[in-house]
Design a protein around this ligand. Structure first.
Ligand code: ZN
Ligand code: FE
Length: 255
């Protein structure tokens, strides 16, 4: 029985995700931007919240937690490195940690860059990775605390997951990411096809998250810094991959 994963729009452009395992009758939440829309899904399904997995300390990923805790008593899981600025944690994790949740062994990876201590949660059975503000649909998080080298390493480790992995990221930024991606690779045919899919999804009020890792590898400029065609487009044929990534990130910051 696969996990049921519900994408929940929160605030103006955040996503939270509820994961439910019907065998163990347990439910987990990834990130808590605001409580009301999450409580509404829990109530309508008759689920009680057993785990909250926090990706990083930013307010738009944690501020909904106190109101959730008024009605539920979940175990809170987050990075040990961020424990001083996350809500109180029941389980502290770090790069390489594994823990049991919803009948799965969840793998933790450090994906610092956007913040230091940002983690991603990979559910191999569900073929799902929760990346929040590290790898995003057609984008990546802004570098608030980490370096371009760190983010490139983080993205490279996420890119090495199986290509049928589904990528659940934290924001609906995809349309503006698309406009930028087209400035890097205007002739990428898979990007042009994705542009049509994104326009259709948004015109119908549908999220563009999640996406697949295969699609991100084929179209996300931040994952494609090692591609010879991308290096050539930036006149950086002789530069290391991380330097090309840094240049793409710099351009996006000014876009
Ligand atoms: Zn953030
Ligand atoms: Fe965020």
């Amino acid at each position: 029985m696969p996990l049921e994963i519900v994408t929940i729009p929160c605030l103006s452009d955040n996503y939270a995700f509820l994961l439910h395992d019907d065998v163990t009758k347990t439910t987990a939440l990834v990130d808590a931007p605001e409580a009301a829309p999450i409580l509404a899904v829990l109530d309508s399904r008759g689920w009680s919240l057993d785990f909250v997995l926090l990706t990083h300390h930013h307010w738009d990923h944690v501020d909904g937690l106190p109101a959730l805790q008024e009605q539920h008593s979940p175990k809170i899981i987050g990075a040990a490195a961020d424990a001083h600025r996350l809500p109180p944690l029941d389980i502290m994790v770090e790069d390489g940690s594994e823990f049991s949740c919803l009948g799965e062994t969840v793998h933790v990876s450090d994906v610092s860059g956007h913040t230091l201590g940002h983690v991603a949660f990979y559910f191999p059975g569900a073929k799902a990775v929760f990346t929040a503000d590290s790898l995003m649909a057609l984008g990546c998080g802004r570098l608030f605390e980490g370096t371009a080298d760190q983010m490139w390493q983080s993205l490279s480790s996420l890119a090495s997951l199986p290509e049928d992995t589904i990528v659940y990221s934290g924001h609906e930024y995809t349309q503006s990411n698309l406009k930028f991606a087209l400035t890097i690779e205007a002739d990428n045919s898979e990007l042009k096809t994705r542009a049509i899919d994104i326009a259709n999804a948004r015109a119908n009020g549908h999220p563009t998250v999640p996406s697949s890792l295969a699609l991100e590898r084929a179209t996300n400029p931040f994952l494609r810094a090692a591609e010879p065609s991308v290096k050539a487009a930036l006149n950086m044929e002789d530069q290391p991959d991380a330097a090309v990534f840094a240049e793409i990130r710099r351009r996006k910051d000014q876009f």
